[in-house]
Write a protein that binds this ligand. Structure first.
Ligand code: GLV
Ligand code: GLV
Length: 326
């Protein structure tokens, strides 16, 4: 059977797929496959190895009559039309859990870097501006003993909460459903969104991108935050109204933002966020450690192999497909 791989992946993972199947692989490692080429390549594809930068929409499914399995090298799958896949009986796999700790690390890195102006401080040295120690030079916000508000309390949220405990932080969380298990285990406090926004020094967005979370943080929500507060987003750009955020940052309505994700990715040098002095911006690298990315690639491949061989995919997004088959 034919597997289409939309990005150059490590040889060992490609070899796993090629034991019993043929592959087409886009050769670029850091540039997405053009949509038109993907449309062409899926015509005779049985499976698709994809990632967050591909749009897997209805026309893709329409062009791929033989497609049986789609597996994305990501936990989030908002780039895939899941309803369309399910209606066509196509299995969709993803990579939950394996990346939670790596993303929690990066979330904390971004929180610390924004609060303590780490990037600005290095640039200060690079520019040759450092003349001597200054009483208020490059002063930021305290992290230790502050209050963090986590929006979206899943595996990554839990990882962030454990790290926050080590920093002596009070931990509030907001989630679709209350997580009494985590309240017991981690001492986190459930909060309404508005109370969380008003009380937190750090608001950490970790919710998946859905219709309900779309622009969940907008002008009104930003106006509830403290002028010293910092907004961190390592989930999806669509969860925050970026235009409202830029306005709030310019007006110093909030103190800063650390962002790993954007409404439209990639962003380029002319993006209005880049001109601001109170942001730290990263190119969607939440799960980017060597070990984690290898685990994600392997899990993505295993999802495909299980799906093609008729074995149950454990990390499935749309188990309804199995129920439909009875
Ligand atoms: C990355 O953004 C992912 O969803 O894994
Ligand atoms: C700073 O380096 C200090 O010693 O206070």
């Amino acid at each position: 059977m034919k597997i289409v791989i939309t990005r150059r992946i490590p040889d060992s993972i490609k070899q796993m797929l090629e034991v019993n199947h043929t592959t087409y692989m886009w050769q670029e490692e850091n540039v997405p496959i053009p949509y038109e080429l993907l449309l062409e390549q899926v015509k005779d594809a049985d499976a698709l190895f994809t990632n967050v930068s591909d749009r897997i929409d209805k026309p893709i499914f329409q062009a791929a009559p033989k497609l049986k399995v789609v597996s994305t090298m990501a936990v989030g799958y908002d780039n895939i039309d899941i309803g369309e896949a399910t209606a066509r009986g196509i299995l969709v796999g993803h990579t939950p859990d394996v990346l939670s700790e790596a993303v929690a690390d990066l979330t904390f890195a971004l929180l610390l870097a924004t609060a303590r102006k780490v990037v600005e401080a290095m640039n200060y040295i690079k520019e040759g501006s450092w003349k001597g120690w200054g009483p208020m030079l490059l002063t930021g916000q305290n992290v230790y003993n502050s209050t963090v508000g986590i929006i979206g309390m899943g595996g990554i949220g839990k990882g962030v909460a454990r790290r926050a405990s080590g920093f002596g932080m009070r931990i509030l969380y907001h989630n679709r459903r209350r997580r009494e298990d985590m309240e017991q285990e981690l001492g986190v406090e459930y909060s309404s969104l508005d109370d969380l926004l008003q009380a937190s020094d750090f608001v950490v967005m970790l919710a998946p991108a859905t219709l309900e979370t779309r622009r969940m943080i907008g002008e009104r929500e930003l106006s509830l935050m403290k002028p010293t507060a910092i907004l961190i987003n390592t989930s999806r750009g669509s969860n925050i109204d970026e235009t409202a955020l830029i306005t709030a940052l310019k007006k110093r309505q909030i103190w800063g933002a650390g962002l790993d994700v954007f409404e439209v990715e990639p962003i380029h040098a002319d993006h209005p966020l880049i001109a601001l002095d109170n942001v730290v911006l990263l190119p969607h690298i939440g799960s980017a450690t060597v070990a984690t990315r290898m685990e994600m690639a392997e899990m993505t491949a295993l999802n495909i192999l299980m799906g093609l061989s008729g074995k149950k995919i454990i990390n499935i997004v749309n188990p309804d497909v199995y129920n439909m088959r009875g």
